[in-house]
Design a protein around this ligand. Sequence first.
Ligand SMILES: [Zn+2]
Length: 335
Amino acid sequence: MNVHSAGQFPATRLRRLRQSPALRSLVRETQLSASQLVLPFFVRAGRKLRRAINAMPGVFQLSPDELLTDAARAYKAGVPAVLLFGIPDRKDVKASGAYAKNGIVQQAVRLLKRELPQLLVITDVCLCEYMSHGHCGIVQKDKRGARILNDPSLKLLSQAAASHAEAGADIIAPSDIMDGRVRAIREQLDRAGFTDTPIMSYAAKFASAYYGPFREAAESAPQFGDRRSYQMDAANPLEALREVSLDVQEGADIVMVKPALAYLDILYRVKSEFGLPTAAYAVSAEHAMIKAAAANGWIDEKAVTLESLLAMRRAGADILITYAATDVARWLGEK
Ligand SMILES: [Zn+2]
């Protein structure tokens, strides 16, 4: 139908269908549901540890026991899935903690799958939290400076992915943005017998200032340089489509656009072009901005949070990754 042929005033009055909550609900085009939510967590070794993150009110680095408490609360509120980031005790130049059999993420996955078997556990696969230099791949330094090596990094990423699957992860989510990593991870998972473990790829991941608070949370700030040699330039929508296309060809089951709110055009194009299950990641600064404005009494936190997520849904997101997932699930349950 062509919206312009919908009719003319006075026969047509669009306000007729806006007169009551029930009428508005009946004709609503986009739905928000708790079943679409994913809650990210930062887990580190210890017991009874709950370390607040400055720029992310309500978000903590948690020891596994505390993670279980919060994950159970989220699940009870209706959040079906969590996304785990690990903070290892020690970092090195081989990112050993990323693929250690008893690494922090692997431990957390086993615990969650044992205690909350119905909760979907997604694991972020990257090297930056585990590298002493904080980059997402292996670094080679020479006279010209430092370079992030692509192909050698794929081996470590694949190892990390397989160790997460081995621990029981339901979905593997590579966020490193090395070329060819979805294929390398798919092959490694298949070789290890995890042919049924899906990959959710951070397919269009932009080098973004909106990641600022996250780096404190994951303790993954690069010690030198930045991530612009591997993450995408914010100005490039066509390149984003190429990134997604490659990941789809390499075997991605779900594709992600990150950040979310400042990249809704990308989200819309990715969903329209590929039609795959598509995730939007409302990143740390999106969370921080809403929290800060709400704390000042400048905006209504609940209303702005829900409206932002609705915008992501409208743009094509099926899956909403948000630090506010538990609150959102509760708010949706109240209605
Ligand atoms: Zn990384």
